[in-house]
Design a protein around this ligand. Structure first.
Ligand SMILES: NS(=O)(=O)N=C1NCCCN1
Ligand SMILES: [Zn+2]
Length: 265
């Protein structure tokens, strides 16, 4: 919609993060994209996703100036995802969100151009083949990100613990301890139905190392819960001009002939 375009243009001017870099690594498998349902290809070989998350590996929640992220101890294979389109086991390192200033937009991916109010990304790296995230981030099969759409509706009880921690990390680079959070509570009840394609990170380093798995079923969060996301700031406490953390999504990228597969017909 026009207001969203205005917000994205404003973003490009105001936030260096969302000014597209001149040179993009590779450039023909960038994310996010619009998932065109009628162009997606059902693949019966796609298996259900198998997530196995240990809440004890949850370490901290912090504001990195792009989003807020919950970080997990990824020194062992305690919180992992496998199955689905994946050949290997991938270790959870963090999850974060993208959202708009209005409930009318905020997601990075869209489905037949439908915008959601926000999008959750659970970021994992291939621990069968690599020993560090920093290594995997450069490799074609290095990362696996689960995307979940958020829609404004009923309050999400599991999310509230996270929402209650946000006022303590309002500014960029603020961090607080955050333990025993089970990210499985943020997954939709049905994780068997998803779209998958090869793409990139949507924030720097934008490397084309991601197997995306975007859930067909969204989760619901309340208007008030999303309003707390919008109370965060892009800026550090010592900056003169404070900027509200909203519209922290990347503009959509061309599909470049890529096929999006679906795990459901
Ligand atoms: N939005 S995204 O694609 O997950 N981008 C990321 N960039 C840095 C590392 C984690 N994720
Ligand atoms: Zn993201």
């Amino acid at each position: 919609c026009c207001r969203m375009k205005e917000a994205a243009e404003h973003n490009m001017k105001m936030h260096p993060m969302w000014q597209e870099p001149l040179a993009i690594p590779g450039g023909d498998r960038q994310s996010p994209i619009d998932i065109v349902i009628r162009k997606s290809v059902y693949d019966s070989e796609l298996k259900p996703l198998v997530t196995d998350y240990d809440p004890q590996t949850c370490q901290q929640i912090w504001n990195n100036g792009y989003s807020f992220l919950v970080e997990y101890d990824d020194t062992t294979d305690k919180s992992t995802v496998k199955g689905g389109p994946l050949q290997d086991k991938y270790r959870l390192c963090q999850f974060h969100f993208h959202w708009g200033e209005s409930n009318a937009w905020g997601s990075e991916h869209t489905v037949d151009r439908k915008l959601f109010s926000a999008e959750l990304h659970l970021v994992h790296w291939n621990s069968d083949k690599y020993s560090l995230f920093e290594e995997a981030v450069m490799e074609e099969n290095g990362l696996a990100v689960i995307g979940v759409f958020l829609k404004v509706g009923k309050r999400h009880e599991g999310l509230q613990k996270l929402v209650d921690a946000l006022p303590a990390i309002r500014h960029k680079n603020s961090v607080v301890d955050f333990n025993r959070f089970d990210p499985a509570c943020l997954l939709p009840s049905n994780t068997d139905d998803y779209w998958t394609y090869h793409g990139s990170l949507t924030t720097p380093p934008l490397t084309e190392s991601v197997t995306w798995m975007v859930m067909k079923q969204h989760i619901e969060v309340s208007h008030d819960q999303l309003a707390v996301f919008r109370s965060l700031l892009f800026t550090a406490a010592d900056e003169e001009v404070q900027k509200g953390m909203v519209n922290n999504f990347r503009v959509q990228q061309s599909q470049c002939g890529r096929t999006v597969r679906s795990s459901f017909s």
